[in-house]
Ligand binder design. Sequence first.
Ligand code: G6Q
Length: 552
Amino acid sequence: MTVSVPDRTAAWSALARHHETVRGLHMRDLFARDPERFPRFTLEVGDLFLDYSKNRITHETVALLVELARACGVPELRDAQLSGEPINVTEGRAVLHTALRNCSDRPVVVDGVDVMPEIRRVLTHMEEFTEQVRSGAWTGHTGRPMEHVVNIGIGGSDLGPVMVTEALGSYGHPRLTPHFVSNVDGTHLAETLRKVDPETTLFVVASKTFTTQETLMNARSARDWFLAREGADEAAIARHFVAVSTNEEGVRDFGIDPANMFGFWDWVGGRYSLWSAIGLPIALSVGMERFRELLEGAHLMDEHFRTAPLAENMPAILALLGVWYSNFFGAASHAVLPYDQYLHRFPAYLQQADMESNGKSVDREGRQVEWDTGPVVWGEPGTNGQHAFFQLLHQGTRLVPCDFLAPCRSRNPLGEHHDVLISNFLAQTEALMRGRTQEEVEGAMTAQGVDPARIAELAPHRTFPGNRPSNTLLFDEFTPRTLGSLIALYEHKIFVQGVIWNVNSYDQWGVELGKELAGTVLQEVQGRDPVTGHDASTNGLIQRYRARRRPT
Ligand code: G6Q
């Protein structure tokens, strides 16, 4: 396999030289010069339409970026990942979330075994269970059907399911209200339990390892709360607690019958696990048919990613544009701006997917990298963001590439709302690209009869440099299929960037550190001895907390 250190490839040097000529070009002029720019820089996969023409690129930029991807071994590593090779080198694992949504007949082999029959078996188990709960055949210990589903999980066992369940809110079951508890802050659980009735509540304890401190603590407290109700005993637990995990022993030790456990496998990374049984709360809410549509949408994107040439490959193009801005323009962040209220958790979900995957500073061989890796990913739905941080996007000193996402048809057609939403959406990308020149500002102010001295004073403030890049992703209507394709698009984008930066996108030692340290400090905040083993700041804070904490 040819995998090169990116900044030593000929393509990287060529891109650095090319950047010198492109950085001075304004997109306004690029559009004026080339009437074919829109068709040239658009792509379509299923229901997703990507316009990437509002980027600081020329035909040559794309060719050089594609060359970089080739030189860094993107096609080879893509094929290695999809075929189940252990590309997660630091954990010695295959990375096969794509197998979970493999709707083809192709087997996927890990260590000589086709994993597809096991995947289908768990899907069938999910189907049987969700149908029972949704139809009302599954009842609680007092014989009432379920009305609340509380997912207890954190990180990858929370962010994907909550984002998708929210996103598909319009498809939700009318009797079942989904809730998600992740934070170990007791407020999260307490506030949720206030809203539910133990007789009609199903808890889904979701943890790949079944050792995560926050999840186990929340699950234990939920179980205590449940058992404190009259008539609820250990036998009743089986009607109200199910688990999603790879750790059968841990599930049994917790007191959940393994018959009520939905399994998955170590080759499914936490932040890539919503396609597995971790998606159970999604399936309970929208039904298994919709859940399968979500998988089909993702599979469509997988097939595109697997087969399309790099220059026409949507995830690869998005990834390469990100590399272009991060490594050649020095952009440190990337904004994701969904103009769809259903997608309000999408930026938070992507933050984990992207920053936990590519927030690395050593390469796959353990050497310090000499180039920037993953950007800070952030965002909020439009139009809210326009009244908040868009000021910086338009006139700040930093370059922030943006992705704008919107459906052509609303799931809630309400008067002119959607046209107004979309006109804002389109106007923003245009304004970011075009800007407004000082002459334009002065002309407009003169036409309004403003005093020339005032014009001179105000014109610089009202001038917009423009030339601020954005990608536009339009889809027809927000369906489970579209959402599946959209998530898979970003997953593959992250993968391609990881390959180019030569980092392992599939480990997360930073997360592991947090898990380890919190355990040590817990002993101390609860202990009686003076705390002296840390730096002065940490010692002082622990002591201050101990002096003020509520006595137990
Ligand atoms: C995801 C990370 C992390 C993980 C959580 C929860 O890729 O590994 O966010 O999902 O720490 O872990 P468990 O599912 O094991 O509880």
